[in-house]
Every structure is written in C-alpha cells, then in structure tokens.
Design a protein around this ligand. Structure first.
Ligand code: SPD
Length: 286
C-alpha cells in the first residue's frame, strides 16, 4: 500500500539498473505501427514525449537538446540551400533550422507519421510555426532506406535527430548509413547526429563517434546537458569532409541566431567542444 502511494504518478525510463523519472500524469498513449507513443505531463518540465518508454523531449528542456544539435552545423555549413533532417518528428530541430533566413529548403524524413501528428497536437510549442513554413517538406519514410536513393552532393547540412539505437533507429548508428550521409552531403557541408550519453551509454557513444570518424575526414563530439535523458549528460557529433568547419560558426549567421537561443552561443559551443573529459579523449583515440 505504502509503496503504491510512493510511486503513484511517476513515469520512469529504465536503463541498466537505473531509472530516470518525472512526476506527473499520463495524458495520452497509443501504439503506432512503429512504436508506443506516450505524452506525459510532468510537473517540472511540462509535457513530454516518450517513445517505447524512453524520454524523447519535454517542453521545458527541449532547447538544451535541439539548439545544441542544430546550430553547430547550420552556423558553419558553407551554404544553406538544402538541409535534411532524419527523424525529428516533434518539430524541435526543424524549428531551429528554420530560424536561418538564408535556408531555402528543409526536408524532414520521419518514419512515424503518428509522432508528428501527436507532437503537433500535444507539444505544439516545440514545433511552433515550423509546420506551416513553406520551406519545410515532410516525407514519411524510413530514413535509413531513403538516404540510399538520394543523389550525391544533395545537401548542405544533415541533422540526425533519431531515438536510441534499438528498434527502428538502430540503423541510424551504422557505418553504411553514415557513408550514405557523407555521399549525399556537399563537401563543405556539415553532418550532425545525436550520439547518446557518454555516461549512461558510454560504449555506444564511443563506438558511434569512432564509426563517424572512420567515415568522415573530420568529426568531433560536443557534450552538454539534457536533464531528462539517462544520466542527464548528452552528446552530439559533428562531421565534415573539407575541414573541422563546425568548430567555427560564421559570424553574421551566429549573431542573428544566438540572440534567439537559450543555450547555444558561439562561446558555449567553443567551451563545450574543448571540455572533453580526459578518459573520453583517451578512449576515442584508442
Ligand atoms: N534517449 C533519448 C534520445 C533521443 C534523441 N532524440 C530525441 C528527439 C528529439 N527531437
């Protein structure tokens, strides 16, 4: 009786003998063709989205994730004519991309149409105006298969905003997929991917960065905090063929964008690329 009362109202993600939870109430749950989709209203971080019981995003901390995934890439790519997002059905990455006035076309490939519909209904503040922006073109498709048939040198930046490497997102972490991304990215373009927690999923993180480094001439991880994700410590990895251009935001662009951000700024980015813990630096070299 006591235990039931104590745990009532909590939603937890379980990973390796640790649980990461928020208090609140479930608003909606549905099984789509692809996965279980849950909307949970948390007391601390507002409405949140879970896929197969794993936290994906929450209204009051999504900027910590989306700004840090998108801006190192879009502030430094040579041009922004054509940008691609794989995943990102909640609209947060699209919203950040569409802040760039010079961006002409944004293609979003999402495997699960229900994630988009449910996010638009329950998490409308995350996608915000992105859904009605004429530059956004949405296609419901499996991004892993879709990239295989895209022509070489098609995109100026590619953002991989998928979920964790299991189920439908497993192939977003493999070498063949990264090779296709490199092939369809222009040589002065920038690739960005979420690469999991260096604490809760250290092995996956290290392996993902290493594989991206085997494929691209230049690639570096960036570390930040997303409190609802396992351990709260998260990573994104940026890559480019021409140089480590993602380290250097183009000033005219970053001045315009950083004013709109809560977390990302060129200064934050510089410090965070530099703040790589010693043990991770060693493991990434070995
Ligand atoms: N463990 C959660 C990893 C989720 C990364 N993508 C989230 C999608 C947010 N747009």
């Amino acid at each position: 009786m006591f235990t039931r009362k104590l745990f009532y109202g909590w939603k937890d993600e379980y990973q390796k003998d640790v649980r990461y939870g928020l208090k609140g109430k479930k608003l909606f749950e549905q099984k789509s063709k692809i996965q279980k989709i849950t909307i949970f209203e948390s007391k601390r971080y507002g409405k949140a989205l879970l896929l197969d019981n794993c936290w994906m995003t929450a209204e009051k901390q999504e900027k910590q994730y989306h700004e840090c995934l998108v801006h190192p890439a879009l502030s430094s790519a040579e041009e922004l004519n054509n940008v691609l997002i794989i995943g990102g059905g909640d609209g947060g990455s699209a919203r950040e991309c569409l802040k760039y006035r010079e961006l002409k076309q944004l293609k979003l490939i999402e495997i699960d149409k229900d994630v988009i519909e449910i996010s638009r209904k329950y998490l409308s503040g995350i996608g915000n105006n992105c859904w009605s922006d004429p530059r956004l073109n949405i296609q419901i498709d499996d991004g892993i298969a879709w990239v295989k048939q895209v022509k070489d040198n098609s995109f100026d930046a590619i953002i991989i905003d998928g979920s964790d490497p299991k189920g439908p997102a497993k192939g977003l972490f493999n070498k063949e997929f990264f090779h296709n991304c490199k092939r369809i990215l222009k040589s002065k373009g920038v690739f960005a991917a979420q690469t999991e927690s260096p604490e809760a999923f250290e092995r996956t993180h290290i392996e993902s960065v290493k594989v991206i480094r085997e494929v691209f001439k230049n690639a570096d991880p960036l570390y930040g905090n997303v409190p609802i994700y396992p351990s709260g410590w998260w990573s994104w990895t940026f890559a480019s063929e021409s140089s480590r251009r993602y380290l250097n935001p183009i000033i005219a662009r970053s001045n315009q964008i950083s004013k709109t951000c809560e977390f990302w700024s060129p200064r934050w980015q510089k410090g965070s690329f530099d703040a790589i813990p010693a043990h991770l630096e060693r493991k990434l070299k070995s």
